[in-house]
Design a protein around this ligand. Structure first.
Ligand SMILES: [Zn+2]
Length: 610
């Protein structure tokens, strides 16, 4: 089997349909109920057991096709969890489907769920829960073949006292009354999806339309602002994406804006993208996250990397499509490079952080004995983007635009590895009409692109949109520069970010006075835009402006998105370790379990209990 992060024997059995009848229990902070897996036999009666992934689950009963059978949960094997062995005494003929019914409850060690008390939500009326299964946390919700190499359709019957959102299409009029104030919320996912896209959220959630097939769902207090932020661009993103690839296949595309502890920018759960509230910044400057998550409807969700070793196929393609969407909306190709230049900087930082010879700086990362959360970084996103962008430039846009729908149709509803991607590319361009490209294509260093550590070859960027930012940054090198708010008049948030990133990279940090004047003159200290605020704080910390440290600590209590939280802790740790530790201690329950664990590692206070 080509996925080292599953213990399941998915070469012998494959999940075809999954029914989850689960109750959201806010009192015990657990999900419990019955999960039914329909597994198709891949062998001719030779496999006598089904092995599923599980992690910290409370399994009370398992039935095989309605009958009791022998089953056992074996010892835990690190992040891969504890395999569940279920006897199939007579095996099954190839192609036959057996039903496995599992009575299961999550435990307090569940790594896939975050439970918020009413006090942790903005209107403080109801508790809130949400799941995050990527990469290998679905096994912490229920036993399953937790590998992106297996895709299943899903039925969701979710009982909760509060509104439920899931990664399926809501069944119209399907809600039924449960006990007391509970309701059963029903969803169907008819497009087969990998387990990491299984998603649930429940809480005081309302929704409002933002596009022709789209709504935004969020807390009642945030609804208006969220609708305003997204409604102008949603259909533009969708139109652009459909033009680049092919029509959207999932029915609805909605956005759930989560409470601030959501650890990611967005998670491309089908039907409902889960998004950080930091995109609702009141200036429409951070909604590129939505272009990104929407692009996943093709790259990642429809066509999926078969294991976390080939994760770049999901994220590299998605960065590429996201940037193409941006360019198409702005009507200028320069926007691809504008965003790519920012990405390149993030890639450099990420590679520096790991060390340029580190395994995790490869495009294809060996995951044997590796927790995918540890290997997660900008590398698959940006290095992956640069590989796709390089191929685009190599064969020419007109030709590459024909390859895009070919690739996504060929692999739709399937999973693939990097070598299959290579074969698909070479196969497509071996057609007679591309004969003139033969020599160029022969030049591609597939081996080097897949397995070289460190930075990929740096392309010639079109710097037209960043030049203005660089020019202003140069001025900040002069100690006597007198800034004015008009310096950045009419700039986009991303342009200001480029400026700040440049300043942050100065060999000689700003003086404390300069740093303070930067924050005040450009309105960064009281910006509602977490992206700008955190970029500014990195400059202030580098300048050792001690008056900024409390602001950093405050921001760390307001946002839980790891993109901001982890670098801010790392920087704060360098200049004021006590404050960093104290801040973490104060807010650690606010953070998502994944975020908490990684910050513990960053700060060197990991308890090794997990
Ligand atoms: Zn992504």
């Amino acid at each position: 089997m080509r996925d080292p992060n599953t213990l399941s024997n998915y070469d012998a059995w494959r999940t075809r349909h999954t029914t989850t009848n689960l109750k959201v229990d806010f009192t015990s902070k657990s999900l419990r109920g019955k999960v039914i897996l329909e597994l198709e036999s891949q062998t001719d009666e030779s496999s006598k057991e089904i092995i599923l992934d599980s992690s910290y689950l409370d399994v009370s009963a398992i039935k095989l096709s309605g009958e009791s059978t022998k089953w056992e949960i074996k010892d835990r094997q690190g992040a891969n969890g504890s395999p569940v062995h279920i006897a199939v005494p007579n095996g099954a003929p190839k192609g036959d489907v057996v039903k496995v019914e599992i009575d299961v409850a999550t435990t307090d060690k569940c790594t896939a769920l975050q439970w918020l008390t009413p006090a942790q939500t903005s209107n403080k009326k109801a508790p809130f829960m949400f799941s995050q299964c990527q990469a290998i946390h679905a096994r912490s919700l229920f036993p399953c073949q937790d590998t992106p190499d297996v895709k299943s359709t899903y039925t969701f019957n979710i009982t909760s006292p509060h509104v439920v959102v899931a990664s399926g299409v809501p069944v119209k009029g399907g809600e039924t009354e449960g006990e007391g104030d509970e309701k059963v919320y029903k969803f169907e996912q008819k497009v087969p999806i990998p387990s990491y896209l299984y998603a649930l959220a429940s809480g005081d959630i309302e929704s409002a339309p933002i596009g022709r097939i789209s709504s935004v769902a969020t807390g009642p207090n945030e609804l208006k602002a969220s609708q305003w932020e997204l409604e102008g661009d949603m259909d533009k993103f969708l139109d652009a994406a459909e033009k680049i690839v092919f029509p959207y296949k999932w029915g609805e595309y909605n956005v759930l804006v989560l409470p601030p502890s959501f650890p990611y920018g967005g998670m491309e759960n089908p039907i409902f993208t889960f998004a950080t509230p930091t995109i609702i910044s009141g200036d429409k400057q951070n909604i590129d996250v939505i272009a990104h998550e929407l692009a996943h409807s093709w790259s990642g969700n429809l066509v999926t990397s078969c294991s976390w070793e080939h994760f770049w196929l999901n994220e590299g393609w998605t960065m590429y499509l996201e940037r193409r969407i941006q360019a198409s909306i702005h009507g200028s190709e320069a926007h691809i490079d504008f965003s790519a230049i920012r990405g390149w900087k993030a890639l450099e930082e990420s590679i520096e952080e790991f060390g340029k010879d580190h395994e995790f700086t490869k495009l294809c990362i060996s995951h044997k004995g590796i927790d995918p959360d540890d290997a997660f970084s900008t590398v698959p996103y940006e290095k992956g983007f640069h590989f796709i962008y390089y191929l685009d430039k190599l064969v020419g846009r007109e030709n590459f635009d024909k390859f895009i729908p070919h690739y996504f149709s060929k692999w739709a509803n399937k999973s693939l590895d990097s070598f299959e991607f290579k074969d698909t590319f070479l196969g497509f361009f071996s057609a007679p009409e591309y004969a003139s490209l033969k020599n160029k294509i022969a030049e591609i260093d597939w081996e080097g692109r897949f397995y070289n550590t460190g930075l990929p070859p740096k392309p010639e960027f079109d710097t037209s949109l960043v030049d203005e930012c660089y020019k202003l940054a140069e001025k900040w090198k002069q100690k006597d520069f007198q800034p004015s708010p008009s310096d950045i008049e009419g700039w986009t948030g991303n342009q200001i970010l480029v400026l700040l990133n440049e300043v942050q990279d100065f060999e000689e940090p700003l003086s404390v006075e300069q740093s303070q004047s930067l924050g005040e003159t450009y309105g960064l200290t009281d910006s509602k835009n977490a992206e700008l605020k955190s970029a500014y704080y990195h400059i202030a910390m580098k300048a050792q402006d001690t008056s900024s440290y409390q602001g950093v600590a405050d921001l760390l209590g307001e946002v839980g998105r790891m993109k901001f939280v982890r670098p801010l802790y790392r920087s704060l740790n360098k200049v004021a370790r006590d404050l960093a530790l104290e801040t973490f201690e104060k807010h650690k329950d606010f953070y998502h379990p994944i975020c908490r664990q990684l910050v513990e590692k960053d700060l060197g206070v990991a308890s090794n209990s997990a």
